[in-house]
Ligand binder design. Structure first.
Ligand code: TRP
Ligand code: ZN
Length: 891
């Protein structure tokens, strides 16, 4: 009855309203159950949705039902099997409104839609990727399938029937348990899936295709058997064995660490080649970017293995933190994401090395979250408003969100933290919860007041923590003065003092923590100082010698630290701090200062130099057999060019940073040459490839050493021979990186690039690496290379992994060419983003965030970036996603 429905076109601006947390209201109607039928055909998919609804008690009978819809139109609308009269329904660009619905009791609303998944280039809702039908519904994709109360606080059970051609679509999957299959005749078949756990629409999923299957089983701690399946494109299931292993390890870990058991008879994962993000935790049917499933030693690096392990664990852990307990509204996104990142970080720390994982997480936080928190895209971990929710799947929500959970654990201690988690699972299972609900569980379990701590969720920006010391040798007394300041940033949120847990140690000359008495001042629990006020001090006594202060151990709060340690103190800590994380940080702080200083020298036309004592500290960490190789690799990895840019803060000249960093690499490489060569020989010649953490650590160390040796010698030969002799992708790609970045245009580099392409041209995931390595070459000419690659026959703007490999890597990972002084890098990226925006707004908006630090550059570059952004902002046809990022970047 399409003709009877009035379609009122609305203004586009209506799409772009600001949603505010204080406007949250429960829906006037409750959803009891959802019944869906999907009929997959080559040219269209028919969807019939029947929802059982009930008006909430106290809601006026005149109150209409408003359902969201996006780029769909209703083919049929019926209430209790009767077509609705046309005057009772209004359809517009963002959904439909139904009036004259039953005043009380449940009723059935049937809505039919017809979709064209092949034309869905946004990859939200139902789309087809390489012949596979699949869905992505978080955050607001379900409304692209049918009209619905598409918000996370509307929980319902789903029954899904899928019909398709038997031969070309043998695999039919949805959430929950498979309850029925059968033949329909005429070459068609069907499957019915029932999900008994009430869930919000964003966790809905459907897959149909001709897929290969890797199957396994898992017995839960209570003895239930679960069938595990990983589905891949044809011929690729072998690549999923490590992912399957990681899945089983995740399931065991969550039982042991958090007492959380899996709850359905099946757990399926489907690996898809076109996917906007890493993966999605749909109930019982996780859908993954196949980059986070498929691996083998010839084509995947150690960091790819680590990435698969992390993402598999992350999505699995969402079954409890996200699915069993979901979010009341999208402002609470960190309730599931921050907590789940914390859980996957803890998993990796337990499975691999805790200090190495912590170093990697903090490096990531500083590289991604700090610039976001200190620039125009700043927002609190729990935002108070948004225009486009897709743009809030950010490092702040995920990674700083995880830091906040970690701080709760540090404040409470492990026992009370676990008690708080247990209470959270028990109290809120089956609910859509808020941050307040979450924090309250920890307050009740521990008896502590977390109201000051909770400010962290609402205040954007990185606090500066200043620590100064006063040591009275004759009294054996040390006083620490601690203060915190939060600058007002672009988000305009409050800047009140927060409760900051500061882990510390007083290191004696024997390399052990000294035992001291707390004389008074701020409260201290074991090795944690609780700073709650803007400024507090704390005094320790009974110290027989001046200790070296090791502060903010394990990065116990996400702050910028200013302390009064001398370079000699830092070198001492780098050598003997019992806290391995702080050992790394001491060295990294020295190197950061040295790089800032060297950059200033380059700009003054002077020679950048490194204190030989610092170079020696690096060389001796490399050769210290008492430390594991992965840790030594971290000690040796200099702060990145963007780390240095952030330390400099303003008037940044990326070319000067690059030259300074190269000069320091050469000096360290020169000083350590003999030791590095000897060590490289020791590390080489291991047996068959194994992806375990210890082997990966040895490869990481050997490859850092190769970079130093290549920088210092100026000789491409060691990298060229490692390239051609490599038996695994980690070593091959590291060698290719050194050849193409250090010796661009050289015969060795060109030969290796050609060989790499020839060898791996049929493997899309490896070809992504081939694009990315060229896009990140630290030279202004990389822009011309990238421009040429954008017309390469294997470049596809419509595939998110490929777009990210070329354009994302260039914009976010090439400080020199993206930030070219002539502005050509900015203009190229802005043009490409504009083209991409017509296909996939989530990806164009994501790549556009590379502009976020534009105000930090020296005047010329700043002006060029500003112009490119203004030009983009002036386009009339930007998506809501891209418009939001561009507008905020300019604010
Ligand atoms: N919830 C997913 C995760 O963190 C994130 C995600 C996957 C997502 N696909 C998305 C978010 C698409 C927004 C849009 O595991
Ligand atoms: Zn997640």
């Amino acid at each position: 009855m399409t003709r009877k429905i009035r379609i009122i076109p609305m203004q586009r601006t209506d799409n772009n309203q600001t949603i505010r947390i204080e406007n949250y209201r429960p829906t006037p109607f409750e959803v009891r159950g959802v019944d869906m039928v999907f009929r997959l055909f080559p040219d269209r998919t028919e969807v019939e949705t029947t929802t059982e609804l009930e008006r909430r008690a106290g809601i006026d009978a005149a109150e209409p039902l408003r359902l969201s819809g996006d780029e769909i139109s209703p083919k049929r609308i019926a209430v209790n099997e009767t077509e609705v009269a046309s005057h009772t329904v209004t359809v517009d660009e963002n959904g439909l409104t139904l009036r004259d619905l039953p005043a009380n009791g449940t009723f059935r609303l049937r809505i039919d839609t017809v979709l064209d998944p092949a034309a869905n280039s946004k990859l939200m809702g139902l789309y087809s990727s390489n012949g596979v039908w699949c869905t992505q519904c978080e955050a607001e994709g379900f409304r692209r399938i049918t009209y619905f109360l598409d918000r996370p606080d509307v929980l319902a059970t789903y029954r899904v029937r899928i019909e398709a051609d038997k031969q070309s679509v043998p695999v039919l999957l949805s959430n929950g348990n498979l309850t029925e299959t059968g033949d329909l005749g005429e070459g068609r078949h069907y499957a019915v899936w029932d999900d008994p756990f009430p869930k919000p629409s964003y966790l809905f999923a459907l897959v149909g295709g001709d897929l290969d299957l890797l199957q396994d089983r898992f017995r839960t701690q209570s003895g239930r058997d679960v069938t595990l399946g990983i589905y891949t494109e044809k011929g690729r299931a072998n690549g999923a064995t490590y992912a399957m292993d990681a899945l089983k390890r995740s399931m065991i870990w969550d039982e042991r660490r958090f007492g959380r058991e899996y709850d359905l008879d099946v757990f399926n994962i489907v690996a898809i080649s076109d996917f906007n993000m890493g993966a999605m935790e749909n109930k019982g049917l996780n859908i993954f970017n196949h980059k986070y499933v498929l691996l083998d030693p010839e084509t995947a690096t150690d960091s790819d293995y680590a990435g698969v392990e992390t993402v598999i664990a992350h999505e699995y852990f969402h079954n409890w933190t996200g699915n069993r307990i979901t979010c009341r509204d999208w402002f609470q996104l960190c309730l599931k994401e921050g907590l789940t990142v914390f859980r996957d970080q803890e998993f990796t720390a337990d499975e691999r090395s805790a200090p190495v994982k912590r170093i990697a997480s903090v490096r990531g936080l500083k590289a991604h979250q700090f610039p976001e928190d200190q620039g125009p895209l700043q927002h609190p971990v729990r935002p108070r408003e948004y225009r486009e929710i897709s743009n809030f799947y950010t490092s702040t929500v995920y990674d700083k969100g995880a830091e906040l959970v970690r701080m709760i654990e540090t404040i409470l201690g492990k026992g009370d933290f676990r008690a708080g988690m247990d209470l959270y699972f028990e109290r809120h299972d089956g609910e859509a919860a808020t941050i307040e609900d979450f924090v309250r569980c920890f307050e009740e379990a521990s008896g502590r007041d977390l109201s000051r701590f909770a400010r962290w969720y609402n205040q954007a920006g990185t606090p500066v923590l200043t620590v100064t010391q006063d040591f009275d040798a004759s009294a054996g007394r040390l006083t620490l003065r601690l203060s915190q300041v939060l600058a007002q940033g672009s988000a305009g949120t409050p800047t009140e003092p927060v409760h900051m847990p500061i882990r510390f140690g007083l290191v004696g000359s024997n390399g052990q923590d000294m035992i001291a008495r707390v004389e008074g001042g701020a409260s201290v629990d074991g090795d944690v100082i609780h700073l709650r006020e803007a400024a507090e001090s704390v005094t320790f006594s009974g110290l027989s010698e001046r200790p070296t202060l090791s502060i903010l151990r394990d990065f116990s709060a996400p702050v910028t630290l200013k302390d009064d340690l001398t370079p000699a103190d830092r070198l001492t800590l780098a050598r003997l701090d019992p806290n391995e994380f702080n050992r790394w940080r001491a060295l990294s702080d020295i190197l950061g200062e040295a790089l800032v200083d060297a950059t200033a020298r380059v700009r003054r036309g002077e020679e950048p130099t490194l204190d030989p004592a610092v170079a020696d500290a690096l060389v001796s960490s490399a050769t210290n057999e008492a430390l594991d190789a992965a840790f030594r690799a971290q000690m040796l990895s200099l702060p990145s060019e963007s780390d240095v840019a952030r330390l400099i803060g303003m008037d940044v000249d990326p070319l000067a940073i690059h030259r300074a960093r190269e000069a320091i690499l050469m000096q360290v490489g020169g000083r350590g040459m003999r030791a590095f060569e000897a060590l490289a020989r020791d590390l080489a010649g291991e047996g068959p490839f194994s992806p375990d953490a210890a082997s990966a650590g040895r490869r990481a160390l050997a490859n850092v050493l190769l970079d130093y040796r290549s920088a210092a010698s100026g000789d491409p030969e060691p990298a060229a021979s490692q390239y051609s002799g490599a038996t695994n992708m980690t070593d091959r790609l590291a060698a290719l990186g050194i050849l193409t970045h250090r010796f661009p245009g050289s015969p060795a580099a060109e030969a290796a690039l050609d060989d790499f392409h020839t060898r791996f041209q049929a493997n899309d995931l490896v070809i992504d690496k081939w694009f990315a390595i060229q896009a990140t070459s630290p030279s202004e000419d990389a822009l011309e290379t990238v421009r040429a690659l954008s017309t390469h026959p294997q470049f596809r703007l419509s595939n998110p992994n490929r777009a990210r490999a070329l354009l994302g890597s260039f914009a976010a990972g090439n400080q020199i060419a993206f930030n070219r002084a002539d502005g050509a890098g900015y203009r190229f990226v802005a043009e490409m983003i504009h083209s991409l925006d017509r296909l996939n707004p989530q990806i164009s908006a994501r790549i556009a965030t590379a502009f976020r630090s534009w105000r930090c550059f020296e005047t010329n570059r700043r002006g060029q970036a500003h112009e490119a952004l203004e030009e983009l902002a002036a386009k009339g046809d930007l998506s809501a996603d891209l418009r939001d990022i561009v507008d905020r970047s300019l604010r």
